[in-house]
Design a protein around this ligand. Structure first.
Ligand SMILES: NC(=O)c1ccc[n+]([C@@H]2O[C@H](COP(=O)([O-])OP(=O)(O)OC[C@H]3O[C@@H](n4cnc5c(N)ncnc54)[C@H](O)[C@@H]3O)[C@@H](O)[C@H]2O)c1
Length: 269
């Protein structure tokens, strides 16, 4: 059974670094014509050249997911160049943390504007092209925080829960055109979003202890899921949030299994 994405056309937002960069490069490696966007020009400068140097088809554009007219111009450019948009990955996101009591309105608004409204604006813009071609795949970055939020994550978790439910509604609305819409929930991938790997060792241990697979996730493991969801193999999956969090949502005290394994001499902390 093979995943064949060759020749498809994808837009990946926030592809300048982190998980988005991995998704964009993985899709490009699979023969997808990838249009990567990011709000930070310096993160995508040179990305088009990197794609070309690897023999991949792809371009990078400096687009803010909060800017509806820039998004429309991007979509017009992609449809003009390729005649279609098969895949949209709404990866761009921010994690602004802090207790509600001291959270600024700016922090709240930025979280909702980028994570939730940005997802809406991108989806709205690609719908006409996907309807016309009677098919498409929309994948929206949510988080396990949409189900089990962290303290201090009032703005982040609510925006990601919004992404989850928005995806469900859109899946229903676009079913008649065979367009699937899903959210996905990555686990804990140390990136500049969270700086997990730079935290104090005890703090890292505390975080890892919440995972059934007690290790940091590799961004490639999210990119692999995206490839599957974009493929013909996943044509009947829509309106759900796919958990790719290493068991973050599975059990209450996953560390206990590791303690038992350690007692049996089969795991070393
Ligand atoms: N890293 C994790 O452990 C983790 C876990 C769960 C969910 N996620 C989600 O995955 C996505 C990617 O996370 P990451 O860890 O790679 O983050 P990251 O900060 O490394 O990358 C996010 C990218 O989005 C871009 N971006 C931010 N605002 C933007 C805007 N307004 N318009 C366009 N681009 C914008 C940034 O410039 C950056 O390149 C996010 O939506 C995040 O919430 C990450």
């Amino acid at each position: 059974m093979l995943i064949d994405l060759a020749g498809k056309v994808a837009i990946v937002t926030g592809g300048g670094r982190g998980i988005g960069r991995e998704i964009a490069e993985t899709l490009a490696r699979e023969g997808v014509r990838v249009v990567t966007t990011d709000v930070r020009r310096e993160l995508i400068d040179g990305l088009t050249a990197t794609f070309a140097a690897n023999g991949w088809e792809g371009i990078a554009r400096n687009v803010d997911v909060r800017d509806a007219s820039a998004i429309q111009a991007l979509v017009d450019e992609v449809v003009g160049a390729h005649g279609r948009i098969d895949i949209l990955v709404n990866n761009a996101g921010v994690a602004l943390e802090g207790p509600v009591e001291t959270m600024t309105e700016e922090s709240w608004d930025t979280s909702q504007d980028i994570n939730l409204k940005g997802t809406f604006l991108m989806c709205r813009a690609v719908i006409p092209a996907m309807k016309q071609q009677r098919g498409g795949r929309i994948l929206n970055a949510a988080s396990f925080a949409a189900i089990v939020p962290s303290l201090g994550g009032g703005a982040y978790a609510s925006s990601k829960a919004g992404v989850h439910y928005f995806s469900r509604v859109l899946a229903g609305e676009l079913g008649p055109w065979d367009i699937t819409v899903n959210a996905y929930a990555p686990g804990m991938i140390p990136t500049e979003l969270n700086h997990f790997a730079e935290r104090a060792p005890e703090e890292q241990t505390r975080l890892l202890d919440t995972l059934s697979l007690r290790r940091w996730q590799d961004a490639r493991e999210v990119a692999n899921l995206i490839c599957f969801l974009c493929s013909d193999l996943a044509g009947y999956i829509t309106g759900t949030m796919i958990d790719v969090s290493g068991g973050k949502l599975a059990t209450q005290i996953p560390r206990a299994a590791y303690e038992r394994a350690a007692e049996a001499g089969e795991y070393a902390f």
